[in-house]
Design a protein around this ligand. Sequence first.
Ligand code: 5GP
Length: 182
Amino acid sequence: MLSGPSGVGKGTVVAEVRRRHPEVWVSVSVTTRAARPGEVDGEHYWFVDDEYFDWLIANDGLLEWAEYAGNRYGTPVAPVEEQLASGAPALLEIELQGARQVRSRAPEAQLVFLAPPSWAELVSRLAGRGTEHPDVQERRLALAQAELDASGEFDVVVVNDDVARAADELVGLLTAPPPAGR
Ligand code: 5GP
Protein backbone atom coordinates (compact mmCIF):
# COMPACT_ATOMS: atom_id res chain seq x y z
CA MET A 1 0.00 0.00 0.00
CA LEU A 2 1.35 3.36 -1.00
CA SER A 3 0.83 6.50 1.03
CA GLY A 4 2.65 9.77 1.57
CA PRO A 5 2.17 13.50 1.81
CA SER A 6 0.00 15.53 -0.49
CA GLY A 7 1.97 16.74 -3.49
CA VAL A 8 4.62 14.04 -3.32
CA GLY A 9 3.37 12.42 -6.53
CA LYS A 10 1.62 9.24 -5.37
CA GLY A 11 -0.83 9.42 -8.25
CA THR A 12 1.96 9.97 -10.77
CA VAL A 13 3.98 7.02 -9.45
CA VAL A 14 0.92 4.74 -9.53
CA ALA A 15 0.14 5.88 -13.09
CA GLU A 16 3.73 4.96 -13.99
CA VAL A 17 3.30 1.54 -12.34
CA ARG A 18 0.21 0.96 -14.50
CA ARG A 19 2.13 2.01 -17.61
CA ARG A 20 5.33 0.05 -16.99
CA HIS A 21 3.83 -2.92 -15.15
CA PRO A 22 0.31 -3.52 -16.48
CA GLU A 23 0.36 -6.93 -14.76
CA VAL A 24 0.18 -5.25 -11.33
CA TRP A 25 -3.35 -5.04 -9.97
CA VAL A 26 -4.22 -1.58 -8.71
CA SER A 27 -7.30 -0.96 -6.56
CA VAL A 28 -9.81 1.56 -7.95
CA SER A 29 -11.15 3.74 -5.13
CA VAL A 30 -14.58 5.29 -4.80
CA THR A 31 -14.72 9.02 -4.30
CA THR A 32 -17.34 11.72 -3.88
CA ARG A 33 -15.16 14.30 -5.62
CA ALA A 34 -15.98 15.32 -9.16
CA ALA A 35 -13.94 13.83 -11.98
CA ARG A 36 -11.12 16.00 -13.28
CA PRO A 37 -10.78 16.44 -17.02
CA GLY A 38 -9.43 13.21 -18.50
CA GLU A 39 -10.39 11.02 -15.54
CA VAL A 40 -12.41 7.95 -16.48
CA ASP A 41 -15.07 6.42 -14.23
CA GLY A 42 -14.01 2.92 -13.22
CA GLU A 43 -10.42 3.51 -14.24
CA HIS A 44 -9.04 6.33 -12.09
CA TYR A 45 -11.87 6.23 -9.55
CA TRP A 46 -15.47 5.20 -9.24
CA PHE A 47 -17.18 8.59 -8.98
CA VAL A 48 -20.15 8.26 -6.63
CA ASP A 49 -22.54 10.52 -4.75
CA ASP A 50 -22.71 10.98 -0.96
CA GLU A 51 -25.72 8.74 -0.66
CA TYR A 52 -24.00 5.80 -2.31
CA PHE A 53 -20.86 6.40 -0.24
CA ASP A 54 -22.99 6.27 2.93
CA TRP A 55 -24.53 3.03 1.69
CA LEU A 56 -21.08 1.50 1.14
CA ILE A 57 -20.02 2.41 4.68
CA ALA A 58 -23.26 1.08 6.18
CA ASN A 59 -22.87 -2.21 4.30
CA ASP A 60 -19.19 -2.79 5.15
CA GLY A 61 -18.30 -2.27 1.53
CA LEU A 62 -15.10 -0.36 2.25
CA LEU A 63 -11.79 -1.66 3.54
CA GLU A 64 -11.01 1.88 4.71
CA TRP A 65 -12.19 5.37 3.96
CA ALA A 66 -11.24 8.93 4.79
CA GLU A 67 -12.30 12.48 4.24
CA TYR A 68 -9.68 14.51 2.44
CA ALA A 69 -9.99 18.16 1.42
CA GLY A 70 -13.78 18.12 1.62
CA ASN A 71 -14.37 14.85 -0.26
CA ARG A 72 -14.56 11.22 0.78
CA TYR A 73 -12.38 8.44 -0.61
CA GLY A 74 -12.57 4.72 0.07
CA THR A 75 -11.26 1.33 -1.03
CA PRO A 76 -13.96 -1.15 -2.09
CA VAL A 77 -13.21 -4.26 -0.05
CA ALA A 78 -14.55 -7.04 -2.31
CA PRO A 79 -12.15 -6.60 -5.27
CA VAL A 80 -9.15 -6.42 -2.91
CA GLU A 81 -10.18 -9.61 -1.12
CA GLU A 82 -10.75 -11.36 -4.42
CA GLN A 83 -7.33 -10.28 -5.67
CA LEU A 84 -5.52 -11.36 -2.51
CA ALA A 85 -7.39 -14.69 -2.48
CA SER A 86 -5.91 -15.38 -5.91
CA GLY A 87 -2.47 -15.13 -4.32
CA ALA A 88 -1.41 -12.04 -6.24
CA PRO A 89 -0.50 -8.68 -4.69
CA ALA A 90 -2.78 -5.65 -4.66
CA LEU A 91 -1.63 -2.06 -4.78
CA LEU A 92 -3.62 0.61 -2.92
CA GLU A 93 -2.85 4.31 -3.17
CA ILE A 94 -4.37 6.05 -0.16
CA GLU A 95 -3.74 8.93 2.19
CA LEU A 96 -2.50 8.64 5.75
CA GLN A 97 -5.74 8.15 7.71
CA GLY A 98 -6.70 5.30 5.39
CA ALA A 99 -3.23 3.76 5.71
CA ARG A 100 -3.68 3.66 9.49
CA GLN A 101 -7.05 1.90 9.13
CA VAL A 102 -5.51 -0.72 6.83
CA ARG A 103 -2.68 -1.18 9.35
CA SER A 104 -5.15 -2.00 12.11
CA ARG A 105 -7.41 -4.20 9.93
CA ALA A 106 -4.68 -6.01 8.03
CA PRO A 107 -1.46 -5.92 10.06
CA GLU A 108 0.30 -8.08 7.44
CA ALA A 109 -0.15 -5.39 4.75
CA GLN A 110 3.07 -3.77 3.63
CA LEU A 111 2.90 0.00 4.06
CA VAL A 112 5.09 2.01 1.73
CA PHE A 113 5.67 5.70 2.29
CA LEU A 114 6.48 7.83 -0.73
CA ALA A 115 8.77 10.65 0.35
CA PRO A 116 9.85 13.76 -1.54
CA PRO A 117 13.57 14.05 -2.35
CA SER A 118 13.63 17.06 0.01
CA TRP A 119 11.32 19.40 1.90
CA ALA A 120 12.19 22.21 -0.53
CA GLU A 121 11.10 20.02 -3.42
CA LEU A 122 7.75 19.28 -1.77
CA VAL A 123 7.16 22.97 -1.08
CA SER A 124 7.81 23.85 -4.69
CA ARG A 125 5.58 21.02 -5.95
CA LEU A 126 2.70 22.10 -3.71
CA ALA A 127 3.13 25.74 -4.70
CA GLY A 128 3.57 24.83 -8.35
CA ARG A 129 0.20 23.10 -8.45
CA GLY A 130 -1.32 26.37 -9.43
CA THR A 131 -3.53 29.11 -8.37
CA GLU A 132 -4.29 28.32 -4.76
CA HIS A 133 -4.65 31.13 -2.30
CA PRO A 134 -1.55 31.56 -0.07
CA ASP A 135 -3.67 30.62 2.99
CA VAL A 136 -4.61 27.33 1.38
CA GLN A 137 -0.99 26.71 0.47
CA GLU A 138 0.00 27.38 4.09
CA ARG A 139 -2.55 24.85 5.32
CA ARG A 140 -1.40 22.25 2.79
CA LEU A 141 2.19 22.75 3.87
CA ALA A 142 1.29 22.32 7.54
CA LEU A 143 -0.57 19.12 6.62
CA ALA A 144 2.36 17.91 4.52
CA GLN A 145 4.71 18.49 7.47
CA ALA A 146 2.45 16.37 9.72
CA GLU A 147 2.24 13.71 7.02
CA LEU A 148 6.03 13.62 6.66
CA ASP A 149 6.34 13.17 10.41
CA ALA A 150 4.33 9.95 10.06
CA SER A 151 6.87 8.24 7.80
CA GLY A 152 8.17 6.26 10.81
CA GLU A 153 4.86 4.34 10.94
CA PHE A 154 5.61 2.74 7.59
CA ASP A 155 7.52 -0.44 6.70
CA VAL A 156 9.46 1.07 3.81
CA VAL A 157 10.23 4.55 2.52
CA VAL A 158 10.58 5.05 -1.24
CA VAL A 159 12.00 8.39 -2.33
CA ASN A 160 10.31 9.92 -5.35
CA ASP A 161 13.48 11.31 -6.90
CA ASP A 162 12.58 9.85 -10.28
CA VAL A 163 9.10 8.61 -11.16
CA ALA A 164 10.15 5.59 -13.24
CA ARG A 165 12.71 4.49 -10.65
CA ALA A 166 10.24 4.91 -7.77
CA ALA A 167 7.60 2.92 -9.71
CA ASP A 168 10.07 0.08 -10.30
CA GLU A 169 11.13 0.06 -6.66
CA LEU A 170 7.50 -0.10 -5.58
CA VAL A 171 6.75 -3.03 -7.89
CA GLY A 172 9.89 -4.78 -6.63
CA LEU A 173 8.56 -4.48 -3.09
CA LEU A 174 5.14 -5.82 -4.11
CA THR A 175 6.59 -8.92 -5.68
CA ALA A 176 9.35 -9.56 -3.14
CA PRO A 177 8.66 -12.12 -0.41
CA PRO A 178 7.66 -10.47 2.89
CA PRO A 179 10.53 -9.90 5.32
CA ALA A 180 11.07 -12.59 7.92
CA GLY A 181 8.92 -12.26 11.01
CA ARG A 182 5.93 -10.61 9.32
P1 5GP B 1 -7.05 13.23 -5.38
O1 5GP B 1 -8.32 13.98 -5.15
O2 5GP B 1 -5.88 14.15 -5.59
O3 5GP B 1 -7.19 12.19 -6.46
O4 5GP B 1 -6.73 12.41 -4.06
C1 5GP B 1 -6.64 13.03 -2.83
C2 5GP B 1 -6.03 12.09 -1.80
O5 5GP B 1 -6.88 10.96 -1.59
C3 5GP B 1 -4.68 11.50 -2.25
O6 5GP B 1 -3.79 11.63 -1.15
C4 5GP B 1 -4.99 10.05 -2.53
O7 5GP B 1 -3.88 9.22 -2.24
C5 5GP B 1 -6.10 9.80 -1.55
N1 5GP B 1 -6.92 8.64 -1.90
C6 5GP B 1 -7.27 8.18 -3.12
N2 5GP B 1 -8.03 7.08 -3.02
C7 5GP B 1 -8.16 6.82 -1.68
C8 5GP B 1 -8.83 5.81 -0.93
O8 5GP B 1 -9.46 4.89 -1.45
N3 5GP B 1 -8.75 5.91 0.42
C9 5GP B 1 -8.06 6.88 1.05
N4 5GP B 1 -8.02 6.86 2.38
N5 5GP B 1 -7.42 7.85 0.38
C10 5GP B 1 -7.47 7.82 -0.97
